[in-house]
Design a protein around this ligand. Structure first.
Ligand code: F6R
Length: 615
């Protein structure tokens, strides 16, 4: 995710764009930049860091009276966050600039083609490829900017929200979107374009939310023109009235970032799969795996190092990778691993998992693994983070910025990457049959919709939460793939609501925890159909006979557990290996609603930091 702001009108553009970018920093904040056109000169200023860093640079430049500008706050997807990779990106002619949110999946082949025709590239971004493609079309076809953008976009595979400016046409902006949002604010003789309406909420309440695959031509003092990119039809702009408060818009209308991030999971999972999973063809493309396939296939063992929620994703990985590939997997807390003189063989593969890519214990564990000669593969969310740089290779989750301290979408997208890895390797070493592989691949693609469908239970989960608001303790139980989910559910509850919660493998109940059960004790049991359903039902009966209050996560259409449990939350059916992506969603919502009921600071719980960069 990145933030885009552009302005064309009669006011000084730069302060409007800068203020707007600050409001969009929740979308990304690793580098930033602005272009403005003043007295026939196109100025572009960019820097790694936050919008405040850009502001500091601007205070040292002469005042300008530009009334057209476009700016960007970046969450890197291609190329590390630095000044060169920051947006706006400029075309070879120096005439065109672009700000872009999204991922151009076929950028590598487009870049090759452009290089062949003499184009050169300064940055590692897919965005620089796109702006040069637009220039190429302009040069060849001699068409207006809007048409050139339209033709170029029809050659692009991926997702984009863009704003383009041509210094030869200084009274015009062209905006377009596919898969990433864009809102156009319509004021008195002025227009705003932004990733959401926050940047212009104090200037106008009239907004057009640009539709998928639509392109807008925005000219100074003229009516906006909107066209469909594919079939080239002009459409009537649909102007809506903005209702939202500033505060709400920054959180996309949600009360907390955590809730927003929970609801972003269908999109986040799609983004993780984008360009990597071609389900119809049965193809998984992970260049980092393809290039190092032999390291994985020859590994006698895979070691996983991670902390917290990422460690829980590691536990899911242990089950999944062993199931799919029959390669033994061990999962370690990075904080233990680094201090216990672990045995590591040079032919081990170490996978590190981290949302932030900055967790000190995980970094130390990676360094130890590297010293001992292991090959280290990193799964990270933050592009350009330390872990992404020190590992031998790896794969980004592309979940977008996670701002709520409690990790949600990072977890489900980490498991999505793990599923891709497991399937890729299982196919490569023949441990998955062709038909098993194909079934999994198709199911993986259906997961975002399945996650989405769980949100329909939101108000019921809120009701359930209200009954547990005053609880002091809570037990979470699951077996097999749902055991890590039980741990994750318990972690979510304790960190944001401060209720003591413990996760156990359901069968371990009888070895001690069952002594805790009485009529005051809420027990969350994940009892989905596939896996060890009958065994979990027996565990539920044991709790029931000791008067525990049971909240069960069950597969749609369940009958048996519904007769026993006090509350049942249904999730769609899925194969056992992918169930954690679904069963974790109601647990995130349950923790969230309990914490809200208790008046806790959900996004910034006490004593916790988003990224633990100290030991
Ligand atoms: C829990 C949570 C933490 C992190 C842990 C590792 O909700 O957010 O437990 O999972 O601090 O962080 P990363 O994944 O950034 O290495």
């Amino acid at each position: 995710m990145c933030g885009i702001v552009a302005y064309i009108g009669n006011k000084q553009a730069q302060p409007i764009v800068i203020k707007g970018l600050k409001r969009l920093e929740y979308r990304g904040y690793d580098s930033t930049g602005i272009s403005y056109f003043d007295e026939d000169v196109l100025h572009t200023l960019k820097t790694a860091g936050k919008v405040s860093d850009l502001q500091a640079i601007l205070t040292n430049t002469p005042e300008n009276g530009a009334t057209i500008a476009l700016g960007h706050t970046r969450w890197a997807t291609h190329g590390v966050p630095n000044d060169v990779n920051a947006h706006p990106q400029t075309s070879n002619s120096g005439n065109l600039v672009i700000v872009h949110n999204g991922i151009i999946e076929n950028y590598a082949s487009l870049k090759k083609e452009l290089q062949y025709r003499g184009f050169t590239f300064q940055s590692d971004t897919d965005t620089e490829v796109l702006i040069n493609l637009i220039q190429d079309v302009q040069d060849k076809e001699k068409v207006k900017l809007g048409k050139a953008v339209q033709i170029a976009l029809s050659q692009v595979v991926g997702a984009y929200a863009i704003v383009v400016f041509d210094r030869q046409k200084p009274n015009e902006l062209v905006a377009a979107r596919l898969g990433s949002p864009l809102a156009i604010g319509i004021g008195e003789n002025e227009f705003f374009v932004a990733s959401d309406a926050t940047p212009f909420v104090e200037y106008t309440k009239n907004v057009i939310y640009l539709e998928e695959e639509h392109l807008a031509i925005i000219r100074r003092n003229k009516a906006i023109k909107i066209r469909k990119i594919k079939d080239d039809l002009e459409v009537e702009p649909y102007v809506e009235k903005l209702q939202l408060s500033l505060e709400k818009i920054q959180k996309g209308g949600y009360d907390h970032f955590m809730l927003k991030e929970i609801f972003e999971q269908p999109t986040a999972i799609k983004d993780t799969l984008r360009g990597r999973l071609l389900s119809q063809e049965g193809v998984i493309t992970l260049s980092s795996l393809r290039e190092h396939e032999n390291r994985f296939l020859k590994a006698k063992r895979i070691l996983i190092v991670a902390c917290g929620t990422s460690w829980h994703a590691g536990l899911v990985a242990e089950y999944l990778i062993e199931d799919f590939t029959r390669i033994p997997v061990e999962v370690e807390y990075a904080s233990e691993f680094r201090y216990r003189n672990p045995i590591i063989y040079p032919d081990d593969v170490v996978i590190s998992i981290s949302q932030s890519g900055e967790t000190a214990d995980t970094i130390a564990a990676i360094n130890i693994a590297k010293e001992k000669g292991a090959f280290v593969y990193g799964i990270c969310n933050v592009v350009g983070s330390t872990i992404s740089r020190i590992t031998d290779t790896g794969c980004y989750t592309h979940a977008g910025p996670e701002i709520g301290v409690a990790s949600t979408k990072a977890f489900t997208t980490q498991i999505t990457v793990i599923a891709l890895i497991g399937l890729y390797l299982g196919k490569a070493n023949g441990t998955l049959s062709r038909s098993q592989y194909q079934e999994y691949v198709i199911e993986l693609e259906s997961l975002p919709d399945k996650v989405e469908s769980i949100f329909a239970s939101q108000s019921y989960i809120k009701q359930v939460a209200a009954s547990f608001e005053t609880s002091q303790n809570c037990i979470y139980l699951g077996r097999g793939y749902n055991f890590p989910v039980a741990l994750e559910g318990a972690l979510k509850l304790k960190e944001i609501s401060y209720i003591h919660a413990e996760g156990y493998p359901a069968a371990e109940m009888k070895h001690g925890p069952i002594a805790l059960i009485d009529k005051e004790m809420p027990v969350v049991v994940i009892a989905t159909k596939k896996g060890y359903y009958e065994k979990v039902v027996s565990n539920i009966q044991e709790i029931k006979s000791r008067e525990g209050r049971i909240i069960a996560i069950v597969s749609k259409g369940d009958i048996q557990v519904k007769e026993l449990a006090d509350y049942c939350i249904e999730i769609p059916d899925s194969s056992e290996s992918f169930v954690p992506i679904l069963s974790t969603i109601p647990l995130q919502l349950l923790s969230y609603f309990i914490a809200v009921k208790r008046g806790c600071n959900v996004d910034q719980p006490r004593n916790l930091a988003k990224s633990v960069t100290v030991e």
